[in-house]
Design a binder for this molecule. Structure first.
Ligand code: PMP
Length: 401
C-alpha cells in the first residue's frame, strides 16, 4: 500500500498551455529548432527601474517577512493607480498584495466558495479559472461566447446562467485567450443583470488593461458601476504590464470584509508576497510608464503582422483582437484534412500536436480554453521569431490535403 494523494487531485490534468510548453522543451532538448508561442509571458526584460527598486530594497535590509497585506508604500502606489488610471477609490484597508493574480484568485475563491457553489466563467477562458474553482469544491459554469459576438459575454447569456447557487461571475477584459475587449456598453448591459442579483460577487481580472489597441479604452467595472463596487473585486498585477511575471506580484481592491477574509488565508499560507518583489513592483508602478508605452507599441506592431499573416492562410480565419497579446484564429477549414506526414486533423488538439511535431512551433488548442476549433497564439515574442513561426505554420497549412 502506498500513501494516498487527496481525492480532490483526481480529475486534475496539467493545463494544455503547460503541457504544450513541456513537449516543446523536450523537443528543444533533443536539438530541434523549436519556437514556442504557447506561454502567455512577455518576452521583454523587466524595466531597469523596477529591478533597481528591488535591488535597493534588498541592500537596505527589506528582506524580513513582509506585512501580510503588502508594504504600505506599494499599497499607496496601487491606491493611486486605481484612482488615477481606473477611476476607483479604494481605502488602504480595501487593498491587498499577493503572489500574483493567481494567489488573489485562490484566496478569493477559498474565502467564499461553499461546496457546489457555481462560478460563471465566459468561455473561452483562462484555464486557471475553472481549475481553481473545481479545486476549491465549486462548480464552474461555462458560458460560450462565440466569435460572432466578439467572444464577449452578453447580458441575456448571463441572465440565463444565473441560479440560486451562483456565487461569482469572472470577467477578464482584455481577455486571455481571445484578446477580446468588453466595451463600456457590453459591461453596462451586464451591470443591469448583476444589479438585480445581489448574491453574486464579481471578479474583474484586469491584468491586460494596458495592452489595448485601436483606440479602444479599458473600463474598470467598479468605476462604471459604483453601486456594485462592494461586490466587485478589482484585480490586477505587474506580470503583463511591466514584464514582471517571475516577480510574482498581483493585487486587488475590494470590500473590507472580503479582503480581510482573503488575508486570513494568505497569512496562514504564504505570509504575503516577496518583499524584494514588492519594492520592484512599487518602482514599476511609479516610474515605468514609458517602458509600458514602448512595449505596447511593439505588441501592436506584432498583432498587426500576425493577424495579416493568419488571415492570408487557407482554411484559417483570423479575427482582429483589440487587447492582450494573443490571437485566436479559427481553424474550421483545416478539420478533416491530413498533414504532409499523414496525420489526421480531427480537431484543434490534433492540429496543435501535428504542428509541433512537424514544424516545431508550439501553440495551444482552443479546446484548452473551452472553445474549438481555434488556436491560441501568444505573440509575446521577437518579430523575427514570429515571422519564422508564421512561415512554418503557413507552409504546414498549405500542405494539408
Ligand atoms: N489572469 C489572466 C487572465 C492571465 O492570463 C494570467 C497569466 N497567464 C494571470 C491572471 C496570472 O497572473 P499572475 O502572473 O499575476 O499570477
Amino acid at each position: 500500500m502506498e500513501p494516498a494523494l487527496a481525492s480532490r487531485m483526481s480529475g486534475f490534468e496539467t493545463p494544455a498551455t503547460i503541457a504544450m510548453s513541456m513537449r516543446a522543451r523536450v523537443l528543444k532538448a533533443e536539438g530541434k529548432n523549436v519556437i514556442s508561442l504557447a506561454l502567455g509571458q512577455p518576452d521583454f526584460l523587466t524595466p531597469k527601474i523596477a529591478i533597481e527598486g528591488g535591488y535597493q530594497a534588498a541592500l537596505e535590509g527589506k528582506t524580513k517577512y513582509p506585512p501580510i497585506d503588502g508594504f504600505l508604500s506599494l499599497k499607496k502606489a496601487i491606491q493611486k493607480k486605481f484612482k488615477e488610471e481606473n477611476g476607483v477609490d479604494y481605502a488602504l484597508d480595501e487593498i491587498m498584495v499577493a503572489n500574483g493574480v493567481k494567489q488573489i484568485l485562490f484566496n478569493a475563491l477559498m474565502a467564499t466558495l461553499d461546496p457546489e457553489d457555481e462560478v460563471i466563467i465566459p468561455a473561452p477562458y483562462w484555464t486557471s479559472y475553472p481549475i481553481m474553482v473545481r479545486f476549491l469544491g465549486g462548480n464552474p459554469v461555462h458560458v460560450v461566447c462565440p466569435e460572432k459576438d466578439n467572444f464577449v459575454l452578453k447580458a441575456r447569456q448571463l441572465k440565463a446562467a444565473i441560479t440560486p447557487k451562483t456565487k461569482w461571475l469572472i470577467l477578464n477584459s482584455p481577455s486571455n485567450p481571445t484578446g477580446a475587449v468588453w466595451t463600456k456598453e457590453d459591461l453596462l448591459a451586464l451591470v443591469e443583470v448583476l444589479r438585480i442579483n445581489p448574491q453574486i460577487w464579481i471578479f474583474s481580472d484586469e491584468i491586460y488593461e494596458h495592452l489595448i489597441f485601436d483606440g479602444q479604452r479599458h473600463h474598470s467595472l467598479a468605476a462604471l458601476a459604483p453601486e456594485l463596487k462592494d461586490r466587485i473585486l478589482t484585480v490586477n498585477g505587474v506580470s503583463k504590464t511591466f514584464a514582471m511575471p517571475g516577480w510574482r506580484i498581483g493585487y486587488a481592491g475590494g470590500v473590507k470584509r472580503l479582503i480581510r477574509a482573503m488575508l486570513k488565508i494568505q497569512s496562514n499560507s504564504t505570509s504575503g508576497a516577496c518583499s524584494v518583489s514588492q519594492a520592484a513592483a512599487t518602482a514599476a508602478l511609479q516610474y515605468a510608464q514609458k517602458e509600458v508605452e514602448s512595449m505596447k507599441l511593439a505588441y501592436d506592431r506584432r498583432r498587426k503582422k500576425m493577424t495579416a499573416a493568419f488571415s492570408a492562410m487557407n482554411g484559417i480565419s483570423c479575427n482582429i483582437p483589440q487587447g492582450a497579446f494573443y490571437i485566436y484564429p479559427g481553424i474550421a477549414g483545416c478539420i478533416g484534412k491530413k498533414t504532409a506526414q499523414g496525420r489526421l486533423i480531427a480537431n484543434d488538439q490534433d492540429f496543435a500536436e501535428a504542428l509541433l511535431e512537424e514544424t516545431y512551433v508550439a501553440v495551444v488548442p482552443g479546446s484548452a480554453f473551452g472553445l474549438s476549433p481555434y488556436l491560441r497564439i501568444a505573440y509575446a515574442a521577437d518579430d523575427v521569431v514570429l515571422e519564422e513561426a508564421c512561415q512554418r505554420i503557413s507552409q504546414f497549412v498549405q500542405e494539408l490535403s
